[in-house]
Every structure is written in C-alpha cells, then in structure tokens.
Design a protein around this ligand. Structure first.
Ligand SMILES: [Zn+2]
Length: 358
C-alpha cells in the first residue's frame, strides 16, 4: 500500500512519494490477472469475473476514486501484493545442454524463463548443425547498478537487455575482413540483408561437399555455399571456373571500416543460418542503425531479443490493452523500481519507468 506523503505529478521521484503516480501504477497493474500474495507466493491467474481485483479505467488517471478504493480494499483483504519475481532467470550454457556457463557482466548470462526457452530451442538446433554461439558475451541481464550507459556509445538506456530478454553474440567471432579461423573461434559471416544482417556460422565439423551441386542448399539451415567462388579475387566473388557449376548467389561477408566496407565472398564451405534458426524459435533480429558506417556499435548483427506475450489482462471494454513499461519488465524478475530510481545516474523519473523498453 502506498504510504508516501502526497505530492502530485512530480517528475523526479526518487523516494516514490508521488501518490498519484502510485495510484496510477496500481490501477494499471491491477488489470493484469497475475496475482501474488504479500509473502511472495504466486497464485493462479485471477478469474476476471469473480476476482473483483481489477480497475476498469483506461488510461489510468491516478485518482483514488470509489472504484479504485474498493479494489484496493479487495487486494488488502486478500493479502495481495504487486507482482514481483513472476519469472525466474535461467543461466545460459554452451554447448546448450552442458554445464559450462556463457559469461556476461558480473557472472553467468541469464535470460528470463520464457526467453530462455526460446534461446535454448534455437541453440540446440544451431549446435546440432555444427554452429557455434559459445564465446558469447551475452549482456543479459544488463546490470542496472551501473546506471544508464552512455547513449553516445550506442547503448539504449531502456534496452531489452535490462529486461533479461535480449542477448548479444560475440562480436569477436566475426572478422573485419571476412577471414574465417575456426581454431580461434572466428566463424561468423555477416551478410547484408535489407536493413538488417543475416548471420551465418562456419560449420564444424564440415560435412562432405555434395556430389551434386543441386544438393548444396537442400537443408535451408545448413547450406554448402560459394561453390567455385574465389574468396580473395578482385572484385571478390568473381566466378573462377566457368566450366563448372558455381554458386549462383554467393554468400558475401560485409567487412568493416578497416576493409573499406568491402563485401568479400566467404570461403566455399558449409554454413549454419544462425539468424533463421534463432527467429524460428522466437529470438528476433533488429535493424542496424543508420550510422553503422561511422558507429561500430550500430551494426546490431549480434543482437537477438525475445518479445514476450502480454500478460493475461482484464481490458476495459472499448480500450486497448496497456503495454508493459520498462519498470514493469524489471519488476517481473524481481527488481523493485525504487532501486532503479535511487541508483546513481539511474531512472529517477516517471518517464524513465513508464516508457516502453527498447
Ligand atoms: Zn544488444
């Protein structure tokens, strides 16, 4: 129950004393059918008809009117508390079913249970086909204790990484000039595709080369690429043996600034389509940023995120379901917004807490 002194519509509210804000938050979160007791026990989803614990007001206005007061009383009588820790965080391993953890900031990488399930399903397929995600720097969850990261360095202060729903693959597994070096873990080919990149991984072990070129792409997720394509020729990708069948649509690696942003044909070999296997299981790519040729952080080929379903909700008729906020997502794995507001260079304003992640 809010017990702060009444201040209204302040912006910077480190001590959470803005009662109008707290009422607004209660009105909003009461529409979720998730319920938790004050002792931290999670209850089955509420029955929206019998529950009496939702406030049918969209948008929430922060006014303690009669309906809000009655619903608050129902919550107090049932010993309910705002829902914290709805999802546990699960550690990431490579190989996916091993006990070797993938590193992140300050410990093993972890994802929210539902994102973990998606990641694990994709990781198993990628591993089965000879792909590799292991030398991953996951940034999941991104530590909130350091406060907001510098926007000028390309980090969003509201990234899905904070919500334990996004991971970054290892940038070091890709070279600036298209070199593949499996012994050093350099196995990624980054292919330009629209406003994104598609990520391929050199397979290990390499299956035998197909006898019939028609079989090169029989498995869309594990393809033999660049048959009879020269890698280091100028321009790269020139077909070299006109008498033999050559790859009709060669796989090119998008090089970085040190290589003049050239596109270099990948060595003829088997490659796992990491992007399609990730997306098939719900780990989605994002677009690169427009400044990718001047800002190395803007490529985003390494970034995959899980976009969770909305919680079950009692949505007032004629209104749209309320989207979850940055603060909600951290609350759902146990970070109280008080911590976000009071951390140095953190998220003290209502607008920090109430905006969408991303
Ligand atoms: Zn990322």
């Amino acid at each position: 129950m809010p017990n702060g002194k009444y201040v209204s519509n302040v912006k910077n509210d480190k001590q959470l004393t803005d009662l109008a804000y707290l009422v607004r938050k209660f009105q909003r979160q009461s529409q979720w059918l998730w319920r938790m007791k004050a002792d931290g026990t999670h209850l089955p989803d509420a029955d929206p008809v019998k529950d009496g614990g939702t406030i049918s007001k969209n948008p929430p206005d922060g006014i303690m009117d009669q309906q809000t007061a009655l619903v608050l009383r129902a919550w107090v009588e049932q010993g309910l508390h705002m829902v914290l820790n709805k999802f546990e965080l699960k550690e990431l391993h490579w190989p996916p079913d091993s006990t070797a953890t993938i590193p992140s900031e300050g410990g093993p990488a972890r994802l929210r249970q539902d994102a973990y399930d998606a990641w694990l399903a994709a990781a198993r397929l990628i591993h089965q086909k000879g792909g590799f995600l292991g030398k991953t720097f996951a940034s999941s969850p991104r530590g909130y204790k350091a406060g907001k990261l510098s926007k000028s360095k390309g980090n969003s202060a509201y990234s899905w990484h904070y919500a334990a729903l996004g991971i970054d693959l290892d940038e070091g597994a890709s070279s600036y000039d298209g070199t593949i070096n499996p012994k050093r873990g350099v196995r990624f080919v980054v292919e330009e595709e629209g406003n994104m990149f598609r990520l391929w991984c050199y397979a290990e072990p390499q299956p035998p080369v197909p006898v019939d070129p028609a079989d090169d792409k029989k498995d869309p997720h594990l393809q033999y690429r660049n048959r009879n394509i020269a890698t280091k020729s100028s321009p790269p990708g020139r077909k070299i043996k006109n008498t033999e069948t050559s790859e009709p649509t060669p796989l090119f690696h998008q090089c970085g600034s040190k290589a003049g942003f050239a596109k270099v044909a990948a060595p003829a070999a088997w490659y796992v389509d990491v992007s399609s296997l990730m997306e098939m299981k719900g780990m989605m790519r994002i677009a690169r940023h427009k400044d990718w040729q001047v800002n190395p952080k803007a490529w985003e080929w390494w970034h995959y995120e899980y976009r969770p379903k909305a919680p079950p909700m009692m949505v007032p008729p004629g209104t749209l379901p309320l989207q979850l906020t940055f603060g909600d997502y951290l609350q759902l794995y146990g970070v109280h917004e008080y911590k976000l507001r009071t951390i140095a260079d953190g998220w003290p304003d209502h607008s920090d807490i109430e905006r969408r992640p991303g």
